[in-house]
Unconditional design. Structure first.
Length: 321
């Protein structure tokens, strides 16, 4: 199966748009202020910042393995690692829908039905969102500022657990799976909607769901800690609880925007919230850019590296024996 040319084009288009967005931020904040803030950031904090994000990625890979094994899908570890991390290059697709490609590769290379692979990808996104939502709710109790401008996003996000409760109703699961199965990457394949809905129900069950939510929450807490670390490095120490809220709220806003990688929305929210804590605009912008560099864009770099190393996974139509 070949890597979709449309996704390749969109990936580079998003990168180009990102450059424009970040350049606009720099012009708005002021080049001199940004350059000064970047120059004063301690170089020795760059490695811990990267390790926090890598810890996030590893934990989420562990969750992926738990999902596969719970469905009796056994991939060689090396290939599982390659497939999982190579698709990180698709985190900058709108709503991360490009990651649906993982389900297609599982089908083409290992004969795993889409009715199993697709729910795994969908469950990953659900647990990621729930984890960030849980962190945002926890962070609310530490937030000293106003919630003006965030009310709609937080209320919308808070409705997700309600949707998940409704999801236990089979008609709701069927509807959701039909919507996802219409993805251009999957439309040409036959998908057992009934089986896919039941598989997703299994992955969202209490025992497996509890384990997955804990893993997801710890993973995203690591990236929240990254924002706390950046603030400390810029000589504006922020309590960890407040840093958790800022990062989680920014991520939620970015997710609800359905923009590629939450671009623009996440950065703007982080800057605005930090400014509400009386952080200078140049420092807030520097924090947002550094955090995104070591979360979103580090993931893209990791994805590109693994894609280059495991390109054979994406160029074969034969199932390995």
């Amino acid at each position: 199966m070949q890597f979709p040319k449309s996704l390749t084009f969109r990936t580079f288009a998003v990168i180009a748009v990102s450059v424009i967005i970040y350049a606009s931020v720099a012009l708005f904040v002021g080049w001199d202020g940004l350059r000064r803030e970047f120059a004063q950031f301690p170089v020795q904090l760059l490695l811990p910042l990267a390790l926090l994000s890598l810890f996030n990625y590893v934990l989420r890979f562990w969750r992926w393995e738990i999902f596969l094994r719970s469905l009796n899908v056994k991939l060689p570890l090396r290939e599982s690692v390659g497939l999982y991390f190579a698709t990180y290059v698709m985190v900058i697709t709108p709503g991360k829908v490009g990651e649906v490609f993982k389900a297609s590769i599982l089908r083409e290379r290992h004969g795993v039905n889409l009715s199993l692979g697709l729910p795994v990808v969908l469950a990953e996104r659900i647990y990621d969102f729930l984890a960030v939502l849980a962190l945002a709710v926890a962070g609310v109790f530490f937030w000293p500022g106003s919630f003006t401008g965030l009310t709609t996003g937080l209320v919308t996000a808070a409705g997700i657990p309600v949707v998940l409760i409704l999801f236990q109703a089979r008609p709701v699961r069927m509807f959701l799976m039909r919507k996802v199965a219409r993805s251009p990457l999957l439309a040409k394949h036959s998908i057992g909607i009934d089986e896919a809905a039941d598989t997703l129900s299994l992955l969202m069950g209490f025992r497996l769901g509890s384990i997955s939510l804990v893993i997801s929450t710890v993973a995203w807490l690591a990236e929240c800690t990254g924002l706390w670390l950046v603030c400390s490095g810029l000589n504006f120490p922020v309590p960890l609880g407040q840093a958790v809220f800022v990062y989680a709220a920014g991520t939620i806003v970015g997710s609800l925007s359905f923009l590629p990688g939450g671009l623009g929305g996440t950065e703007a929210t982080i800057i605005w919230l930090l400014e509400s804590l009386n952080m200078a605009r140049a420092s807030a912008a520097t924090t947002a850019l550094l955090v995104r560099l070591f979360t979103l864009w580090l993931a893209v770099v990791v994805g590109l590296g693994f894609f280059a190393a495991f390109r054979h996974i994406f160029s074969t139509n034969k199932k390995e024996e």
